[in-house]
Design a protein around this ligand. Structure first.
Ligand SMILES: [Zn+2]
Length: 279
C-alpha cells in the first residue's frame, strides 16, 4: 500500500512509526516521508550554526530513512518551533498528496495536548503539522475546487483511503514490529545530533507496552480511520433521519470490515515476521 508519513521534525518518524515502515517496505510497500520543519530548533547550544544544524539533521533523516528502506524524503523547511496549521501548509501538503497519490497517510494525533508519566506537553509543531496534514488529506486532496492553483500545476484530486494517527490516545490498530525492533532502534540512532549516546531502551519499553494490546512482544499503535468513498454523483447525504440511519448502518458495516481487515493483516504480518525470522 502506497504510504506517506507526514511529521513535524526529523526523528518524529523514528520514535513512532519506523518499525511499521520497516515491515511494510520488507513486504514491498512504497513509503515516502515528509518532514515539515527544518529541525533548526533541535539544539540549545549557543555556538551552533543554524544552517549547519539544518543540514546535519536532514542528512541524519535520510540515513534513518535508508535503514528502513525509504529513499523518498521531502523536506518542506518551515521554521522549527513556530509551526502553525496555516492554509499555506495545508496547500503544500495537498500538493504532495496529489503528487504522490498515497493510499495511506500517517501523521500524529492532533487531539493529544498532554501526556502523563512522565509529564509532557505535546509539542505545538506536532499538533499544527497533524492538523494541516489531516485537512490536506480530507477534504483538500480529493476536492477539485479547493486550491485551484494546484489544478493549474497539473495536480488532479486524489482520494486517500486510510488515515493513520500515531501516538493516539485511542489506538485501534497494533502493528507487530517484533521482527524489526532492532532495525527501528538502528534507524532512530541515526539521529546522532538528537539521541547520540542516549540509552534508547525506553523506546523498546513504549513498544513493549503497545504490544500488550495486540498480544505481540513489540508493536506500534495507531488510531486508523478508513475514509468513506466519495459520493458517486458528488452530492452530500441529506441531514434526515433516514440518512443518519443509513450512515449508522454503513458505519457498523465498515467497522466490521475494518476489524476483519485488521485481523487478516495481522495474520499476514505475523506470517511475514515468521518468514523473516526464518531467513
Ligand atoms: Zn517532534
Amino acid at each position: 500500500m502506497r504510504t506517506l508519513v507526514i511529521v513535524a521534525h526529523p526523528d518524529d518518524i523514528e520514535f513512532g512509526v519506523a518499525g511499521s515502515v520497516a515491515r511494510w517496505t520488507l513486504e514491498g510497500a512504497d513509503v515516502a516521508y515528509c518532514i515539515v520543519t527544518d529541525g533548526s530548533a533541535g539544539s540549545n547550544d549557543p555556538n551552533i550554526d543554524k544552517e549547519t544544524l539544518i543540514r546535519t539533521r536532514q542528512a541524519e533523516q535520510l540515513a534513518a530513512a535508508a535503514v528502513v528502506g525509504v529513499e523518498d524524503v521531502h523536506f518542506l523547511n518551515y521554521p522549527d518551533g513556530m509551526l502553525q496549521p496555516t492554509l499555506e501548509l495545508r496547500r503544500d501538503l495537498t500538493r504532495l498528496i496529489r503528487r504522490l497519490k498515497p493510499e495511506r497517510v500517517i501523521t500524529m494525533d492532533p487531539t493529544v495536548w498532554f501526556v502523563d508519566n512522565p509529564g509532557y506537553i505535546n509539542h505545538p509543531d506536532h499538533r499544527a503539522c497533524a492538523e494541516a496534514a489531516i485537512y490536506a488529506t480530507f477534504p483538500s486532496a480529493e476536492t477539485r475546487p479547493i486550491f485551484p492553483e494546484l489544478l493549474a500545476e497539473g495536480l488532479e484530486p486524489h482520494k486517500v483511503a486510510e488515515l493513520w494517527l500515531m501516538f493516539s490516545e485511542k489506538p485501534n490498530t497494533h502493528v507487530d514490529i517484533t521482527a524489526v525492533i532492532d532495525r527501528k532502534i538502528d534507524s532512530l540512532s541515526r539521529h546522532v545530533s538528537q539521541v547520540g549516546g542516549r540509552d534508547l531502551s525506553f523506546v523498546r519499553g513504549w513498544d513493549a507496552e503497545a504490544g500488550k494490546a495486540g498480544g505481540y512482544e513489540y508493536a506500534e499503535s495507531y488510531r486508523v480511520l478508513r475514509l468513506t468513498p466519495p459520493e458517486s454523483d458528488g452530492t452530500q447525504a441529506q441531514d434526515s433521519a433516514s440518512a443518519q440511519k443509513d450512515a449508522a448502518q454503513k458505519d457498523a458495516a465498515q467497522k466490521d470490515t475494518a476489524q476483519k481487515d485488521a485481523a487478516q493483516k495481522d495474520a499476514a504480518q505475523k506470517d511475514a515476521a515468521q518468514k523473516d525470522a526464518a531467513q
